[in-house]
Design a protein around this ligand. Structure first.
Ligand SMILES: [Ca+2]
Ligand SMILES: [Ca+2]
Length: 271
């Protein structure tokens, strides 16, 4: 027993000898409680371990402990930030356990990405879906003296009273993940440029700034005498978030003298 008692004292870390009145008090514990707020979802874990919230959202830690909490948003959620006895928007935060503490973690839902074109037939007018420069290109076909291919509205790229040398329209969209994939559209070309003279205009369809379909010698032999239906392969961009851009321009010093109308844009799995 003479050997056993000192060993037991080490294990218990607190055997007072005779006359030793200053023995350490047992370490105080504080509770850390994590609550989750918001319409999104996510998980909060602690280091040292103890909280995995999830379902295990409270744990006791020794007085003075530094506890690091880490928030991980679930799919289609965002971590917004910490509240209660913590603050900030970084995924990790450190809490010093000087007392019982409650920390909230807020998660928001990420709105699902719009798949496909918005206002591809332009029937929602010039204010929806498309950024247009230098002014609205989506207009009532009747105001231009033509019929729309679909509905009432079309987009027209060409000269204007402002003596523009270019006009463009773009939209950021997420494409469906299926292949093959096509952009189907109706096109009407009317050019007054003479093909023997290099004052051609240039009209193109660009994805992420790269020309996918382009006519850089637009002149009067290309006139379509009305709407024609065409399709452009965009399979290589399937499933991606991309920028669609249509642009007409004339070379420096030479005005635009071509009009290109487009209408009834549609993302399709068939050409
Ligand atoms: Ca239309
Ligand atoms: Ca020109």
């Amino acid at each position: 027993m003479r050997l056993f008692i000192p060993l037991l004292c080490i294990v218990l870390a607190g055997c007072g000898g005779d006359g030793d009145s200053g023995s350490k008090p047992q370490t105080t514990q504080h509770t850390l409680l994590v609550t989750k707020l918001g319409v999104g979802s996510g998980r909060v874990t602690s280091s040292p371990a103890g909280i995995d919230c999830g379902s295990d959202c409270s744990a006791a830690f020794a007085n003075g402990d530094s506890v690091s909490l880490t928030a991980a948003a679930a799919e289609n959620s965002n971590f917004v930030g910490w509240g209660g006895d913590a603050s900030g928007t970084d995924d990790a935060v450190t809490i010093v356990m000087t007392e019982d503490k409650t920390v909230s973690a807020a998660f928001d839902e990420v709105p699902p990405a719009q798949v496909g074109l918005v206002n591809g037939d332009f029937e929602q007018g010039p204010g929806v879906g498309w950024t247009q420069e230098p002014s609205a290109l989506i207009l009532l076909a009747s105001s231009f003296g033509i019929s729309a291919y679909s509905g009432q509205y079309v987009a027209i790229f060409g000269p204007s009273d402002d003596n523009r040398h270019s006009a463009s329209m773009e939209q950021v969209l997420t494409l469906p993940g299926t292949t093959p994939l096509y952009l189907k559209l109706a096109v009407w070309i009317y050019s007054e440029e003479i093909c023997d003279i290099p004052w051609y205009d240039d009209f193109g369809f660009y994805v992420n700034g790269v020309a996918v379909e382009r006519n850089d010698r637009l002149c009067n032999t290309h006139n379509t005498d009305g709407w024609t239906r065409g399709s452009i392969s965009i399979s290589q961009y399937a499933g991606q978030r991309v920028t669609f851009r249509f642009e007409i321009f004339s070379n420096a010093g030479d005005p635009l003298a071509s009009w290109v109308g487009i209408d009834a844009l549609e993302i399709s799995t068939t050409p």
